[in-house]
Design a protein around this ligand. Structure first.
Ligand code: NAD
Length: 250
């Protein structure tokens, strides 16, 4: 199946590296003009833009902190000013502040909720009007298997990622009359800078829980995001798709 997103405009938050970069590359590879949002690392975002441009795609990088309403409004306005529309929003930006509950500071909790959940709320709200006017759109929220099964040391992250799943279902219902679909992807452990910090012992223990016996690759998550952004996925909304080498089976 060939996915064709020619003429579409995609906005990927936290698209400078890791899973976000892979998604931006896949969407632009399918023909979408892509806006790569980044918070602080302009060099990584420009590298992603350069890779897309070198492959013949259209991309630009825009700085914004997704947890800040004014930044998000500016981000969506800049996207609309540049392209006149926004067809696909990928809420990918995320952070971790892992520690056991007894040691978790309010700030560890607030920062994770702020970027990982409030950010999804702000970005989704900001694209709702333009997508409604277009009478169509695709919103893809990057959750995590941790939001489904929990993890010691990640109560803040698990709460945010589980929150995304509830948010996805509610907004899918609200937006369906405008032909806007909203789905979530819940990756397992994927090889990125976020998982590079895991120690050898933890990595070994994790591998034992994965039937396919390896961590996933960002491009594997990107392929699923690309499918959900395509016309082929028009009848799918409110769902959460795990992509985890079989780690969580329900
Ligand atoms: P990463 O740390 O490599 O990338 C996260 C990106 O988000 C970075 O580019 C970062 O700059 C950006 N970001 C962080 N805070 C931001 C903010 N306030 N505003 C804008 N951008 C911001 O991590 P990754 O592994 O590529 O993760 C991408 C997404 O996938 C995250 O939501 C993460 O929780 C989720 N996820 C990752 C894994 C994994 O194993 N790597 C598993 C499940 C879910």
């Amino acid at each position: 199946m060939k996915i064709d997103l020619t003429g579409r405009v995609a906005l990927v938050t936290g698209g400078g590296r890791g899973i976000g970069r892979a998604i931006a590359m896949a969407l632009s590879g399918a023909g979408a003009a892509t806006v790569i949002n980044y918070r602080g690392n302009s060099a990584a975002a420009e590298e992603t833009v350069a890779a897309i441009t070198a492959a013949g795609g259209i991309a630009q990088a825009i700085q914004a902190d997704v947890s800040q309403a004014a930044d998000v409004e500016r981000l969506v306005k800049a996207t609309l000013d540049a392209h006149g529309r926004v067809d696909v929003l990928v809420n990918n930006a995320g952070i971790t502040r892992d520690t056991l509950l007894l040691r978790m500071k309010e700030d560890d909790f607030d920062q994770v909720i702020s970027t990982n959940l409030r950010g999804v709320f702000l970005c989704t709200k900001a694209v709702f009007r333009p997508m409604s006017k277009q009478r169509g759109g695709r919103i893809i929220n990057i959750s995590s298997v941790i939001g489904l099964i929990g993890n010691a040391g990640q109560a803040n992250y698990a709460a945010a990622k589980a929150g995304i799943i509830g948010f996805t279902k509610s907004t899918a219902r609200e937006m369906a009359p405008r032909s806007i679909t909203v789905n979530a992807i819940a990756p397992g452990f994927i090889e990125t800078e976020m998982t590079d910090v895991l120690g050898e012992e933890t990595r070994k223990a994790i591998l034992e829980t994965i039937p396919l016996g390896r961590l996933g690759r960002p491009d594997e998550v990107a392929a699923l995001a690309c499918f959900l952004a395509s016309d082929a996925a028009a009848y799918i909304t409110g769902q959460t798709f795990t992509i985890d080498g079989g780690m969580v089976m329900s």
